[in-house]
Design a protein around this ligand. Sequence first.
Ligand code: T5A
Length: 231
Amino acid sequence: MNGRLIVFEGVEGCGKTTQLQRSQEWLQSLFVAKSLSGSLVTTREPGGTQLGLGLRELLLNAEVRNGGADATKEEMKFSQPGPLTELLLYAADRAQHVEEVLKPQLAAGAIILCDRYTNSTIAYQGYGRGFSLDLIDQLNFIATGGLESDLTLWLDVDVEVGLERTKTRGVVDRIEQAGLEFHERVQQGYTQLAKAQPQQIVRIDANLSAAAVQEQIQQILVQRLTEWGLG
Ligand code: T5A
């Protein structure tokens, strides 16, 4: 049996990590209650493989690795990945993740819950950084071999609310530090994607409490599992 790929997407602080974990726990108990076989796998991009963990560090924590505030301006200039390097590193992370984790797990019949996938590159590097959407489609295709999600849950939160949530964690990564306008363009990207693919990308109101967000997600998952013959 072929598995299913369920992706969680959204701007910074939309609550993907929280919701992915709650969904995994809920699905696990559903599997037990219904005596369903097959495994449940959680993974993420960037960083879903051992190699990807190194790429994640390069992508998100470059400033910290290179001495942070103590580094000279010249050192900082060369320590940060430029926009093209960033785009290619995300594609490299994805190519490895698809080959090493997603394809084999799907072939083994797993339900995969994945924190970010191809739409993140469209939203962040396309709408956010301004790379051509055609170029990103091509790169995504090269990296994935055409593997698409079966369902994408877009956690739609107001950009400012999401950024405020990330600040409560204390550590703010390289992309979270980008200006508000950048994050608003990213949000615009998700809005356009959801309009263009209403069957594949389902909008979840993520401004609500974590429990209310999880309730919406479970409703969608029940529908889809039934459609897939797993309900
Ligand atoms: N990226 C990634 C690209 O630019 N291109 C790409 O192709 C890819 C794949 C990845 C970064 O890389 C970029 C996007 C990102 O900048 P990430 O680990 O996905 O990094 O980073 P974030 O999106 O920043 O994920 P976070 O883990 O930081 O945030 P989440 O997962 O959205 O939110 P979560 O669940 O950790 O919650 C954040 C805080 O909010 C609270 C939580 O308790 C936590 O404190 N919270 C809520 N508070 C109130 N109400 C709710 N409903 C809440 N839900 C969570």
